[in-house]
Design a binder for this molecule. Structure first.
Ligand code: PMP
Length: 282
């Protein structure tokens, strides 16, 4: 594995960063998780745009153009000879001192790791996954805009621990007003009476790239997708439910808090969307 750090590729054992990097000290930085299918980077432009928008949200200068970043990502995949896999692209505030002031960090640091992808067990795609709702609320917009894909995932991690404690791999988080936001690392959708719905991002959801793909597929399939407000009631009473994410792709949800969703198995529309997504990534 060859890992890119700040202008150079290193062997895994030599890929090291300073303990004074503010990405480590304060979670000050942004990242992307990106898929490689058949040697091609999936939704490369979209991921690079989101990275730069996240960075802008944090007043973080990346130090290269989007075009240069795209070329660098392609180079990283080629050097690692990866046909199918996962890219973790990270930009940290860079090295500073122990104070939190980013003004003391002279230069941001770009890190690119090209790895194998870790998927949910195949069984979940066939039979669906059970999730729970988290008691932790998503951070409100007046505190932090969650469209910034930042290196600080502690809100999500606490919810992930809660999911694990409930013998689940994922859980859905509400915002402080009780509206559904998203899962710890995935967006969430329902289908009710033939209409596909997902929380609008201002309820506390990341603008997921896979979410965007699912919305597009929903339009093609006549599901009239809506970005709207959903509560726990809408989830429990959905005909179908699924999550989307770069790693998860599209994964059917069959139980939430032990409440059976629809018929308790992956629904017709969800299975069609999964098929369509497979076609896109062939
Ligand atoms: N929400 C959160 C909190 C995420 O971290 C992610 C990415 N893992 C997603 C949603 C899904 O976004 P994408 O489809 O771009 O991977």
């Amino acid at each position: 594995m060859k890992i890119y750090i700040d202008g150079q590729f290193y062997d895994e054992c030599d890929a090291k960063i300073s303990v004074f990097d503010h990405g480590l000290l304060y979670g000050d930085g942004v990242f992307e998780g990106i898929r490689i299918y058949n040697g091609k980077i999936f939704k490369l432009d979209e991921h690079v745009i989101r990275l730069y928008e996240s960075a802008k949200g944090l007043n973080l200068e990346i130090g290269m153009t989007q075009e240069e970043m795209r070329k660098l990502l392609i180079e990283a995949v080629e050097i690692n000879k990866k046909n199918d896999g996962y890219i973790r692209l990270i930009v940290t505030r860079g090295d500073g001192d122990l104070g939190l002031d980013p003004a003391n960090c002279k230069k941001s640091k770009v890190i690119i790791i090209v790895a194998d992808i870790k998927l949910y067990p195949e069984e979940y795609y066939l039979n669906g996954i059970s999730i729970v709702t988290s008691s932790y609320r998503r951070i409100p917009n007046e505190c932090f805009d969650l469209r910034i894909k930042s290196l600080n995932y502690l809100n999500n991690i606490l919810a992930k621990i809660e999911a694990r404690n409930n013998n689940c791999l994922e859980c859905v988080m509400m915002n402080t007003e009780g509206y559904v936001a998203e899962c710890t690392g995935d967006n969430i959708f329902i289908i009710k009476n033939g209409v596909m719905k997902t929380p609008a991002t201002y309820y506390g959801a990341l603008e997921g790239i896979t979410r965007e793909v699912a919305l597009e597929l929903g339009r093609k399939n006549g599901l009239n997708p809506q970005e709207t407000a959903l509560t726990r009631f809408d989830l429990y009473n959905a005909d179908e439910c699924f999550m989307t994410g770069t790693a998860a792709e599209i994964i059917p949800v069959i139980k939430i808090d032990n409440v059976v969703i629809g018929e308790g198995k992956p629904g017709l529309h969800t299975r069609k969307l999964i098929e369509d997504f497979k076609e896109l990534t062939k």
